[in-house]
Design a protein around this ligand. Structure first.
Ligand code: NAD
Length: 297
């Protein structure tokens, strides 16, 4: 049994903390939103009056927040100061590589250990404890965190040193964002050419067009009954999060000077999708925009 502080009990953090409780750990949680605290309490989390109290007696601190700014502010505004020396800080939020490296540096400067461990698998994976963790950490810190991460995930990958987990996450979501647009354009083109969605799926899913965006998160209803397209594009993975993650990819592409063309374009397409009503819809809803824009042709 480990004393774990869990900061950020939202869509992802809530079920992740609940799984730690189920595994027998003592979880002290904090969130700014009262409803998130109520939910966590019902799942056996000991709710703290503030983040510093949650952290005070803990050996491990997990943050699951929306942005790099939130993580760095939380670290600076009390988490690091309230923790016992040598506490293991695990940040599972999806944030910039530079912010992840800065967060670990702050933790180390305060006498602690730190790592980035973002996840993929969504809310379903968080609930089912099947998340993939992408970890950027020193080898010894990775080994210390592994048993805790295994409670919440099905696959734990040590990607390299500080920031490498975020790098893997950003690269993966760049592939995902671009491939969903390509799959969606292909379905709309197929429809214009008189091809049924099912026929295109039957061919492409068993041919060189095969990819997760097609075979798991298929953007048209029918071929994959569990995909969000069958449920009016309820997420799943919300357009706002894809827009955010591709914004992080864009920052990284610019910072590294990669001569990318599709990544920046995909970032613009999802930003517009999120701003024009798609923020709370699954990102595969991008196909409805492509179809609408093609209506007059
Ligand atoms: P969310 O908005 O549901 O949860 C974030 C929580 O953090 C909120 O409840 C908020 O009140 C809380 N919070 C913010 N500042 C705080 C502070 N200072 N102290 C305590 N609590 C604070 O977001 P989410 O969907 O749970 O996502 C969390 C992270 O996981 C994001 O970085 C996201 O990109 C990433 N992620 C999400 C998914 C997904 O499918 N939702 C999948 C993979 C990764």
């Amino acid at each position: 049994m480990t004393n774990i502080a869990f900061i950020g009990l939202g869509n992802m953090g809530g079920p992740m903390a609940a799984n730690l409780v189920k595994a027998g750990h003592a979880v002290h949680g904090f969130d700014l939103v009262p409803a998130a605290l109520d939910h966590a309490r019902a799942n056996g989390v000991t709710v703290a009056p503030d983040a510093a109290t949650a952290v005070a007696g803990s050996e491990v601190v997990i943050t699951m927040l929306a942005s790099g700014r939130q993580v760095l502010d939380a670290y600076r505004d009390g988490l690091l100061a309230a923790a016992r020396p040598g506490t293991l800080f695990i940040d599972s939020s999806t944030i910039d590589v530079a912010d992840a490296v800065a967060a670990r540096e702050l933790a180390v400067a305060a006498g602690h250990r730190g790592m980035d461990a973002p996840v993929s698998g969504g809310v379903g994976g968080a609930s089912a404890a099947t998340l993939t963790f992408m970890v950027g950490a020193e080898a010894a810190d990775f080994e210390a965190a592994r048993p805790i991460l295994e409670v919440m995930g099905g696959r734990i990958v040590h990607c390299g040193g500080s920031g490498a987990g975020q790098a893997a996450k950003i690269c993966n979501n760049l592939i995902l964002g671009v491939s969903m647009i390509a799959v969606s354009e292909a379905f709309v083109l197929g429809e214009k050419l008189g091809l049924s969605d099912q026929a295109l799926f039957d061919v492409a899913s068993a041919a060189s067009g095969q990819c997760w965006a097609l075979t798991t998160n298929c953007p048209v209803p029918g071929p994959v009954p569990t995909s969000p397209a069958n449920h009016d594009y309820q997420p799943g993975f919300a357009g706002a999060l894809m827009a955010k993650d591709l914004g992080l990819a864009l920052n990284a592409l610019e910072a590294t000077g990669v001569a990318a063309e599709l990544g920046p374009l995909a970032a613009r397409i999802y930003r517009r999708f999120a701003d024009e009503g798609g923020a709370g819809r699954d990102f595969s809803g991008i196909i409805t925009v492509i179809r609408d824009n093609s209506a007059g042709a």
